[in-house]
Structure formats: C-alpha cells, structure tokens
Design a protein. Sequence first.
Length: 97
Amino acid sequence: MSDEVNFIPYELAKKIVGAVMEEEHLHEPGRRILTVYDLKDRELCWYDAEDILAEVAEREGGLPKNKDEVKIKAVELILHMIPDWAVEQVLAELGEK
C-alpha cells in the first residue's frame, strides 16, 4: 500500500466544497483548524490553520494585510489539496467514481 496522497482536480473541488470553516481543535485548546465541508454540510477533511497560513505566506512572499484576502488565499490553497479519499462518498453520489 502506498502512502502517496492523490488530490482531486481543483475544478472538481470547487463543485464539491461548500465551505471551509475556521474552528478550534477538539483536543488541543488554542489550536485552530480549517474544516472542509461539502455542499450537504458533511465534514470532508481538515487542515491545521497555522500550516495553511505558513504555506500561503511562503507562496505569496508574506501574508496579505487584508484579512479577507488571507481567507481567500487559504481557501484557494485548500481547494488544490483535497485528497481523493475524503470525497469518495460525494464522488459516488455524483457518479464520478
């Protein structure tokens, strides 16, 4: 078995993802996560908020000063990183798999 993660195409992610919400980690107070939900409000996967913001800062040469722009960049990054295992049920419902 391979440990390689396969990501769904960005365009497909845009059709499947309904929201990315910043939330507190259930088991680690003070730690923030970005939870990805589908259009039916089902949790698909989550990302460590600090890791995503660090990646955005690296790609952008620093975090944008505007908070809304930071959110947009974070969501865009996440849409490129949706693992196929997280959306198997959704893809089956859409007849994609």
